[in-house]
Design a protein around this ligand. Structure first.
Ligand SMILES: Nc1nc2c(ncn2[C@@H]2O[C@H](COP(=O)(O)OP(=O)(O)O)[C@@H](OP(=O)(O)OP(=O)(O)O)[C@H]2O)c(=O)[nH]1
Ligand SMILES: [Mn+2]
Length: 186
């Protein structure tokens, strides 16, 4: 049953992220983030695909905790594990390389993974507008917005509402419009 599997995901993610906090000065519990990403998808994105919502709830477990893809497969099946894999950075790579690969791989992600990535970026950018993570300069915040705009460029054509919400944030930051190509031509 769909409701049960979604609660199973939320519970699994809560256990995996239990010792993690966000980087804000209030040290918000990390689980607020995956739940918020899933909520953006249902509430704003109009997404009712249970596999997408499951993947959203689980999306940072493999990247950010000791959880393995095999565990996700065992509990939630190959398909959901596949989406989680698509949205997970390889933390063994240097940070610059990870960030570059996100830009490079965005357009070849599956539509389900693109939805999770759009909502993830939207949540994190809104979070940056609310509070600056500890130790981040204003320049680092701007760089994150600029990088996120490049990733989002490869995710377009997936969900109009989420893309419009992201564009509002990019516009407010005067980030060169994300759907323009290198010459500034649409
Ligand atoms: N804005 C914000 N982000 C926070 C906060 N606490 C933790 N994060 C996480 O930090 C990541 C962005 O920080 P970076 O320094 O760029 O990346 P890193 O943690 O992977 O090294 C995001 O990872 P991610 O979700 O995997 O997404 P992505 O940035 O890799 O796409 C985000 O979820 C916070 O208080 N505010
Ligand atoms: Mn995330």
């Amino acid at each position: 049953m769909v409701m049960e599997v979604l609660i199973k995901c939320a519970n699994f993610a809560a256990i995996k992220h239990k010792d993690q906090r966000r980087k804000d000065t209030d040290k918000t519990p990390y689980i607020n983030h995956p739940i918020g990403v899933a909520y953006i998808l249902t509430e704003e994105g109009g997404i009712a695909d249970p596999e997408v919502i499951q993947a959203a709830l689980l999306h940072d477990t493999v990247e950010d905790t000791e959880c393995t893809l095999d565990e996700i497969k065992e509990h939630f099946g190959d398909h959901v594990a596949g989406i989680v894999d698509e949205v997970s950075d390889d933390k063994t790579l240097p940070k610059m390389e990870r960030k570059r690969l996100q830009i490079e791989h965005a357009s070849s992600c599956s539509p389900q993974a693109k939805l999770v990535k759009l909502a993830d970026k939207l949540y994190n950018l809104r979070d940056l507008n609310c509070c600056t993570p500890e130790g981040w300069s204003e320049e680092r915040v701007t760089e994150y917005f600029e990088w996120a705009a490049k990733v989002v460029k490869g995710l377009r054509g997936t969900n109009k509402t989420l893309e419009n919400e992201l564009d509002k944030l990019f516009r407010k930051r005067n980030i060169r419009f994300a759907e323009e190509d290198e010459n500034g031509v649409c």
